[in-house]
Design a protein around this ligand. Structure first.
Ligand SMILES: [Ca+2]
Length: 358
């Protein structure tokens, strides 16, 4: 591993060249291929038995994958549309998945996907074998070929958080009445969550195309975001704040804008998913073709470390495995930018080794 070639970060350390400070985190170690034969897997959410639901963006198929790599098709998301990314640079389709925190009682799963009229957040029943009861919670979020956001997760407060892209209309991000270029927070019935800053779905704004969300043990919300040509970002999200796009891309000094905690040139990153594990943020990158480990120090981050550069191609999603010192990482190579054939994506398991043993 090597110290990142990042452009800058807002940590308390004064030099980007210094190695990451020691912290009680884990060291990523052995990587094994858990499952093959995938085509652009995107969303991943855990079921109570430790298996995961994983969706393929273009095919709209949902699968269940066990810890042992046993893969079962469970159904196709109705009304999902996708241009098909093998021939065009498209980012629409079945995106984030969130299993209900009360799944054992309600059997609900939540999905964010592209449809005819725009992007939607929907609820379905998954009874352990099949999908049913498709219900739209929030539809008509403006869509585009490539800026659809799409990460959907439950926060520690039990509400749903979703990232939306600016749909290639950058002015939407600063329009608090638009659902685009935002992080949205909603109830499981599809209403704006209580306490939202503008009495609407909007939780934060000024985002270009955020695709990563995760919470640290203190309940802080961290977000990863694709920039345009200059800077990708990691942000610490607070309700009601303006994260700058399109006035600012990366850090700036404009009044009212909230600067990122770290930023990269898109060739080194182009991030999608992020996950918190044991003192670090892990960020999956597409153009960067690497995983970053980014130490968290309160509300700041330390120097990112790059891992597995060019070893597994483009990386879309990373999630901490519940109850196990490991990450699951989804590749995103079977598309226009990855130029690999259908079925060439993988689910990887990255072992995390406690630093106490080093
Ligand atoms: Ca920003």
């Amino acid at each position: 591993m090597a110290v990142s070639t990042l452009v800058g970060f807002a940590g308390t350390s004064s030099s980007t060249a210094s190695p990451p400070r020691h912290h009680a985190g884990s060291q990523p170690g052995t990587v094994r291929t858990l499952s093959t034969g995938w085509t652009v897997p995107w969303g991943l959410s855990w079921l109570p038995d430790g298996s995961a639901l994983i969706g393929e963006r273009d095919s709209a198929k949902l699968f269940r994958l066990t810890r042992n790599g046993e893969k079962t098709f469970i159904g196709t998301v109705p009304e999902a549309t996708a241009r098909g990314s093998l021939t065009v640079d498209a980012n629409d389709g079945v995106l984030g998945i969130a299993v209900s925190p009360c799944w054992e009682e309600d059997h609900y799963i939540y999905v964010m996907h592209t449809a005819e009229e725009g992007n939607r957040i929907v609820r379905m029943k998954y009874d352990g074998s099949t999908l049913s009861d498709y219900h739209v919670l929030l539809g008509g979020i403006q869509k585009s070929l490539i800026h659809n956001g799409g990460r959907l997760k439950f926060g520690p407060d039990g509400y749903l958080y979703a990232t939306t892209g600016d749909a290639n209309v950058s002015a939407t991000a600063q329009d608090k009445n638009s659902l685009n270029g935002k992080i949205l927070r909603l109830t499981t019935d599809g209403k704006p969550a209580p306490g939202n800053p503008f009495d609407s779905y909007v939780y934060s704004y000024g985002h270009r195309n955020a695709q990563g969300l995760t919470w640290d043990p203190q309940g802080r919300l961290w977000e990863s975001e694709l920039g345009q040509d200059t800077y990708d970002e990691i942000n610490l999200i607070e309700p009601g704040k303006n994260y700058g796009w399109p006035t600012c891309e990366g850090p700036c000094t404009t009044d009212g804008m909230t600067n990122p905690k770290a930023h990269w040139q898109p060739t080194d990153a182009s991030p999608s998913g992020i996950a918190y594990a044991d003192g670090d943020l892990y960020m999956a990158t597409m153009r960067g073709r690497r995983l970053y480990r980014i130490p968290v120090d309160g509300t700041e981050v330390g120097t990112p470390v790059e891992l597995y550069k060019n070893q597994y191609g483009r990386l879309r999603t990373v999630e901490k495995v519940p109850g196990k010192n490991a990450l699951w990482v989804l590749t995103t190579n079977a598309d226009y930018n990855g130029k690999q054939p259908a079925g060439s994506d993988q689910v990887l398991e990255v072992e995390l080794t406690s630093s106490a043993s080093h």
